[in-house]
Design a protein around this ligand. Structure first.
Ligand SMILES: [Zn+2]
Length: 303
């Protein structure tokens, strides 16, 4: 008899709501967009992460939800006070790597070093040792299956990087839509995706909510399996429009690239709070760490 968690009944809270896992990829949009367009002094702290994080933490309080923040090391170093505030508010601290370099472009050695750098920063600032990981841009692909072994060797206990969206080239298609064990011994928590008859619909990411009607997001989540994952970014909760604010020496091409990124992100930003409120009305939102503890205890208890 198959007793894997993915074959069991959906996890239902006492109030009848099903459970989804809520996460935030904690990164500084301005750092990343400046680096992407090749701007000078890209590593300087961006002007908006503090207000974005405050808006996000207020919304999570309003929804009585706790989330897992997968923290990018370089963003934490430029905004140490924000990381401490997030941890003090009772959210789980996970790891998003250090420099936001796609995993499949790294060697196993470089990937291990990136993980250790991020974790050293997180531990120094919070005293907490993250056991969960999300790859930048879900970049553990079919070209980098070794990444799971590196994560396990570095002491991580779960991964949340599998996202079955057509936008990711070479993506790893999860073996199950719900949490499951990987060969490396880690737990995998896939992002919520509705496997509709004709296509995959990635309903778990706030960047997709910009183009999917809320009712369809809710319907898709009902088909995405128990303990499916949601993710958003601080910039999607920014109360003000995003502006890249490049320095004077940037070219027209650089400014064009930045303007495109602004337009894409501002579309998602306008929709994210309302969609998350609608989801919270139908689902109980918990951290990945809470789900991981439940599954681990259930597995330890045996059949
Ligand atoms: Zn990221």
């Amino acid at each position: 008899m198959d007793r894997s968690p993915t074959s069991s009944a959906p996890v239902v809270a006492a109030d009848g709501r099903r459970t989804l896992l809520l996460s935030v990829d904690f990164e500084d949009w301005h750092q990343l967009v400046r680096r992407r367009v090749g701007a000078d002094r890209w590593e300087e702290p961006g002007p908006a992460l503090e207000r974005q994080t405050c808006a996000l933490l207020e919304l999570l309080d309003e929804l009585a939800a706790r989330a897992t923040f997968f923290v990018l090391g370089m963003a934490a170093r430029t905004h140490p006070e924000l990381l401490r505030t997030i941890a003090a508010a009772g959210h789980e601290i996970g790891c998003h790597g250090d420099a936001h370099i796609p995993v499949h472009t790294q060697t196993p050695h470089a990937f291990g070093a990136d993980l250790r750098a991020a974790r050293a920063t997180i531990e120094e600032l919070t005293g907490l040792r993250p056991v969960g990981y999300r790859a930048p841009a879900f970049s553990i692909t079919r070209d980098s299956p070794w990444a799971y072994d590196v994560l396990a060797a570095e002491g991580f206990e779960y991964d949340a990087s599998q996202h079955d969206t057509p936008r990711i080239r070479g993506r790893v298609v999860p073996a199950a839509i719900g949490p499951h064990r990987l060969k490396a011994g880690l737990w995998e928590f896939p992002v919520a995706v509705w496997r509709a008859p004709a296509m995959r619909i990635p309903v778990g990411g706030a960047s997709y909510w910009a183009t999917i009607p809320t009712a369809l997001v809710l319907h898709g989540l009902s088909r995405a399996g128990a303990m499916a994952g949601l993710y958003l970014h601080p910039y999607e909760l920014d109360p003000r429009p995003l502006r890249a604010q490049l320095s004077g020496g940037t070219s027209i091409t650089q400014r064009g690239h930045a303007a495109l990124r602004e337009a894409q992100r501002n579309l998602a930003r306008r929709r994210a709070p309302g969609v998350l409120r609608a989801i919270a009305g139908c689902y109980r939102l918990i951290t990945y760490g809470e789900a991981h503890a439940q599954l681990r205890d259930r597995a330890a208890a045996g059949p």
